[in-house]
Structures are given as C-alpha cells and as structure tokens.
Design a protein around this ligand. Structure first.
Ligand code: SMO
Length: 729
C-alpha cells in the first residue's frame, strides 16, 4: 500500500478551498463508458482507409500496382505516392536551428525509408474491406545498395540538426582534474503506448466544401494550421475537434502521414473518411521515444567538487521528422549540468536519421536522458571516491542563492531550494538507517541496493490563450486554447477560475479542444498545462472580473480573451530514491520502495499532481525494467505487439511515498511548475543507480537497459565468473 507524506513547506497549500482536491469532474463519464473518443464519432457513409506499408527498411520504389486493390469488393478509391507528391512538408520546431534535408512523405513516392512507412492507401466501405484490399497492393522496389541505419551512434548516420554549447575551459579542466569519471548510456527505444491508438474521423461538409475533423491529438490548433498549410487549403475550411483523448504522452503532439492522407482524401473525394490505427500500426509507425546514445565525463577534485562536464548526445529521429523531433536532443543536452554547480562544460548534441519509425517526444522528452547521464556520473563518482552519493550531491548542488542561474545553453533555472529538497528526502526516507540496514542484509548474503536521481526539468514556457465569460445567472464559462489528454484539465481549470472569482467550482464550465469554439492556442505538452494554460485562465478571469466591475453576477454577459505569455521558463526539480533487492539465482529485481520528492511550484490540486507522479513512475518503471522496441539488423520490427513489448502492469508497481516541496516559480502568474513528466525522469535513473549499487560489490561496473532478469543475471555471471559468463542460460 502506498503512503503519503506532504510537506507544505512554503505554505502554498493553505486554507484556500480552491487548492484542495475535488473529484475529477471528467471521471464519471470516463469510468461509466460515456466518454466520446474519435472511434465513437458517428459518421454517415464514411470511407475507411487502410494503408499498404513498406515491407523493408530501405529501397527505391519502382512502382505501385493498385489494380487488384481497386477491383476488390467495397473499394471506392486507391492512391499511391504519385498522387500526393505536391503536398507540403510538416513544420518542425526549430529549437536546434533549421533542419537539413528530409521530407514528410504522406505516401512514399521514391524511397522506402523504414518498415511500416505508408506507401499506398485504399478507401473502402468498411475497415475490413479496406484492410483486405490493402493487402492486394503490389509495391515494386529495388533493394538499397546498403543496409539500414538503425543505431544513432552509427558513423554513417547523417544529422538533420546538431548543436554545441561550451562554458569555461573544459579542455584544460579535464587535463588537470584529479579524477575523471565516464559513463555511456544506450537508451532502449520505447513505445509511448497511449491506451487509445491514433485515430481520425473527417466529416466532409458538401455545402461549404469544408471538413470537421475529430482527431486524437494534444495540439488541435496546430493540427489545423499544419493541415491547411500542407494541403494548401484555407484554414477557414478546417475545424479540428479533439474529443476525449485516451492518453497521448507526446506521441499525439505531431500530425502523422496517415492523418494528413485521411484529410486530403476527404477533400479529394468529397466524402467523409476515417482511420483508426491498430496497436500493431502504432508500434510500427507512430513516433517512438528515447533510443538515444549518450556519453559523459565528469571531472572532479580530490575533495569531490565537480569541475567540468563533457557530454555527447546522439538522438535518433527516424525516417521523417515529427513536429517536436529536435526536442529530445535539445533537452537531453540543455538540461545538463542539472542541479549542480559546474564551472566548465562542453555539451554536444545531434539528431540522426535512422531507417526506423520516427522518434519524437515521449513523456520526459530528453529530461530522463539528461538525468540518466548526469546521475549515473554522480553515483559512479561517489563510488570511485568512496563517499556517500548524497554527501557528494550536497557539496555540489546549487544553493537557493545561486538561483536564478543562467547557463550557456540559454536556459535559466528559475527558483527552488535543491539542498533543502535533498535534506527532506534523506530525512523522510530515513536514508541513513536504510544504508545501515543494507550493510546488515549484505552481511546475510542478500543483494540489495539504494540509488537516487536528482533532476531539474523545464516545465512550461511560451504562450497559451483563454477566454472567460461571466453570465448574469452566475454561470462562468472558461474556454482554453490548450487541450487535455486525460489529465484532468476540466477540473484544474475550473478550480483556477473559481479561486480567482471566489465562487464554487460547480459554477464554472470548461471547454477546450475545438478550434471553432475555443481561442487559438498551443495544447497539452511539455508540462505546460497548469503553468501556462492555467496562467492564461487566471489572467482572463481577472480581466473579465475587471470588466464586470468586480461583480460575479453582472447584469449583462461580459467576456475577456487573453493570450498569456510567460516571463520565462519554470524549472521543476525532484529527487527520487529507489531501494531494491536482486535474486542472485535469477537476476530478478524487486523494487522494495520508491520515494519521490518533487518541487512542482504551487500545486493547484494535490490529488491530480499525485496521479501524475504515479502515472509517470509507472512509465519510468517500464523504461527501467521492461520496455524495449527491437529492430533486427535488417530493420524489421520484432516487437510489433503487446505480446512482445512488455508494458508494466499493476502488480509491477512498488510501494511509493510521495513528498512535495512548493517553491513558487516567478515565471508565471500561478507560481506553478510542472509535474506530468517527473516520474519518468526520476524513477529510471534512481532504479538504475540502485541496481548498480546492489551489484557493485560483486564487481559489476555497468548494466544495460532495461534491467531485465536476464540482463542482470548475465552481468552477475560475467562479473563473478568471467570465463563462462557468456554461456547461454
Ligand atoms: S513528451 Mo510531452 O507530450 O511534451
């Protein structure tokens, strides 16, 4: 059973009724089966799309034979790449500068770049008829001259973007340092795995030649703008509605070729069109996460002070660029050197093309990779110096007086008290006692480990919009430019508005996710919904109240619309502690306890925040222990179903203790930071460090991810019995 301990250290959770945790108002409809997801949208006479996909990772297309598919029962139309070559490319967020090369192939026309890439599409009266006909599309291709690029560390891989940041004199620091610690991390590729697969339903409106699109997306307004640009259509003809969304985790922040095709086909055929991905199609062709290859070196003095950091990050991007494809490479580097005072650093990062599914943002998006690199270095350094890792952190953490801290990477750590957070975790988790107990258990022959991960995380920047209407009957309507992916926005935005107005939350209705009814906005990603979207709600509520002369029940309806832009970026942070044991016979790892300390700034709804931590921890645990997408050397995906790709289940979850500090962020109106990604950042490296701490006395110096029983068993064998460590179990 879980236990809860809240430290409302800054008093931000006070007696204010709006800061408590009312029940999520979304849940009744969701848990009673009354939610409406894209596949629930009724569309009269819609055509169903099925895609013929590339069977190989590389090749040159000679031609597509659509005749058999066109002759199949129920088929209305079939298209290949030659029909859509005129369409524009998807825009890419240029956080690492302009992108070199690449295109956005709605249907591949010339080159095959990955297994599973859409090559042709068939439209039929039912999904099954479309699927049957899709299997009859013949794709004629030449084999490529060389094999696929699958590994981001491949020398032959080319980079659409790269960047380097330097501070101080890292070369001379490393030349003179007393100690240099090195580590290398290979992150498995992960499948973000929302419960609801990708889905789109396009209703063609013949009277106006317009479309209404129900899309499972985190970014409805951006989807509309991009569709208009890619298709060369007036945005006024496109309405995008994000209905209930069954999870997204970054996967649904980008538009996909399949979705663009469905909208193109609806305009082209003047018919309604729909497509719902199967799980296999999502594993094969939706964006993957992680997969980075990272290397780092930490220079230290004899007394344990961090002097310099060098890091090289290589992030796979797959075969086409999602909107946020540069974000993991950017975050993984710019978040370094984490919460520490390090005078000199050299951080190099790049994205590389691979002949795989696209790789984009997945909950954490570079943050877990930065934490994994930095915190492995910290604990390896502590082991090398023979000091306690918490003590080593203590002398190197930035103090509250060092913040705000501007870095050469262009980021500014805004606020917080890292030493206090460490002290709170060490005290609340009874860390010193746990170390003593570990010694006793080791003497009894048990393999037990304790490991931590201290991280900082960017949470929300830029702008979001809100419109607030006050009505004579006291009803309040909040419309947000953001959206929701199941994370409780209706509840939180109602609370935020109610707190400003001093009214009950039941008086407040909340709408988002519809480009016709809601103001232009960004969406639900990058831990921004409360900090930025919530601040927009605050500002619009204040302006509406000013217009009504401060009265909640004005004689005439009043309305205020704002485009709120944050003053800067809020940086959450946290420290997670994992305690675990390992079965020496099987290598099976059991997490005995996980303690999560987060400072997410001012928390609006503690229960929603805690739900985010738990969900993030579940996905972080999957990352550390279970999950891995595998391509064979020919680029065939061999983990194409949930029989082969191991997601965590309820009984994999350990006991979790959750602790909070609340340091208001000066960067936004609410003083909020973010919490949605924290669990995926803190948990994997804490678990990894604990596993290595457990096995270090046996001589194990590194472990591959994920930490499966087999991987650990092999590591134990090769450390304790080097001559036959490679035999098969
Ligand atoms: S990985 Mo998130 O949806 O920015």
């Amino acid at each position: 059973m879980a236990s809860f301990a809240h430290s409302d250290a800054d008093g931000a959770v006070g007696s204010d009724p709006a800061s408590r945790s009312p029940l999520r108002r979304e849940d009744e409809r969701l848990v009673t089966g009354s939610g409406a997801f894209v596949a629930d949208v009724a569309l009269a006479d819609a055509l169903h799309v099925a895609f013929a996909r590339s069977p190989v990772a590389t090749g040159r297309i000679i031609g597509c034979d659509l005749d058999a598919a066109l002759a199949a029962p129920g088929v209305i139309a079939a298209f290949d790449g030659s029909h859509v070559t005129h369409l524009a490319d998807l825009s890419v967020n240029p956080v690492l500068g302009p992108v070199a090369g690449g295109e956005f192939p709605v249907l591949a026309a010339r080159q095959l770049l990955a297994v599973g890439q859409p090559v042709a599409a068939v439209l039929a009266r039912s999904a099954l008829l479309a699927q049957d006909a899709g299997e009859q599309v013949g794709v004629d291709f030449d084999d490529a001259e060389h094999g696929p690029v699958l590994d981001p560390a491949d020398e032959n891989a080319s980079a659409p973007f790269s960047r380097q940041w330097c501070q101080g004199e890292p070369d001379s620091v490393f030349a003179q340092a007393d100690h240099i610690i090195e580590t290398e991390v290979r992150h498995p590729r992960l499948a973000p795995s929302p419960m609801e697969n990708r889905a789109i339903a396009v209703r063609f409106e013949p009277d106006h030649g317009s479309v209404t699109i129900w899309l499972s997306t985190q970014t409805p307004h951006r989807a509309r703008a991009e569709l208009a640009r890619i298709l060369g259509r007036d945005a006024a003809l496109i309405r995008v509605v994000a209905p209930d969304t069954g999870g997204a985790f970054g996967l649904k922040a980008s538009l996909y070729p399949e979705e663009v095709f469905a909208v193109w086909a609806a305009f082209e055929l003047r018919r309604s069109v729909r497509w719902t991905a199967s799980r296999n199609e999502d594993l094969l062709s939706a964006a993957h996460g992680r997969g980075l290859a990272t290397r780092g070196r930490l220079a230290l003095s004899d007394d344990g002070l961090f002097l310099g950091l060098q890091a090289e990050i290589s992030a796979p991007v797959g075969c086409w660029l999602t909107s946020s494809s540069a974000i993991p490479a950017w975050n993984a580097a710019r978040i370094l050197p984490g919460p520490y005072r390090i005078p000199a650093y050299d951080l190099q990062t790049r994205g590389v093309w691979t002949n795989t599914a696209p790789v984009g943002i997945y909950r954490g998006a570079g943050r877990p990779e930065a934490a994994m690199l930095m915190e492995q270095l910290v604990e390896k350094a502590a082991r090398h110096l023979g000091v306690d890792p918490m003590a080593l952190r203590r002398i190197n953490l930035l103090s509250a007086h060092d913040l705000p801290c501007r870095r050469a990477t262009g980021t500014t750590l805004d606020s917080g008290d890292y030493p206090r957070a460490l002290a709170l975790l060490v005290g609340s988790a009874a860390y010193d006692d746990a170390r003593k107990e570990q010694q006793q258990r080791r003497q009894r022959g048990e393999i037990v480990g304790i490991g931590a991960g201290f991280f900082v995380e960017p949470c929300g920047t830029g702008w979001e919009s809100a419109t607030v209407s006050l009505n004579p009957d006291g009803r309040v309507l909040v419309r947000s430019g953001g959206s929701a992916q199941g994370h409780g926005r209706e509840t939180a935005y109602a609370q935020i508005a109610a707190r400003e107005l001093g009214c009950g939350i039941e008086q407040v209705s909340v709408q988002f996710g519809d480009t016709r009814n809601c103001p232009e906005g960004i969406g639900a990603l990058a831990s921004r919904s409360t900090a930025i979207g919530g601040s927009a709600v605050v500002q619009a509520t204040r302006e509406a109240l000013a217009k009504s002369g401060g009265a909640l029940t004005p004689p005439r309806p009043v309305e205020a619309s704002v485009r709120y832009e944050a003053d800067g970026e809020a940086w959450g942070y946290g420290c997670y502690l994992a305690q675990l044991s390992i079965d020496p016979e099987t290598g099976a790892l059991r997490i005995e306890k996980l303690t999560c300390l987060d400072d997410a700034g001012v928390i609006i709804n503690p229960e929603l925040a805690e739900g985010q931590i738990r969900g993030g921890v579940a996905q972080g645990l999957g990352e550390a222990l279970l999950e891995r997408l595998v391509y064979d050397e020919d680029g065939q995906l061999i983990t194409g179903s949930l029989m082969d790709y191991a997601l965590p289940r309820a009984d994999d979850m350990p006991e979790i203790e959750i602790l909070h500090l609340q340091t208001p962020s000066p960067a936004n109106l609410l003083g909020a930071k973010g919490i949605g990604e924290a669990g995926t950042i803190g948990a994997p490296v804490a678990i990894y460090n604990a596993a290595l701490d457990a096995l270090a006395p046996l001589g194990v110096a590194s472990l591959p991810l994920p930490l499966t029983g087999q991987a650990i068993w092999r590591a134990i064998q090769s450390a304790t019995n080097p001559t036959d460590g490679n035999r098969n179990p």
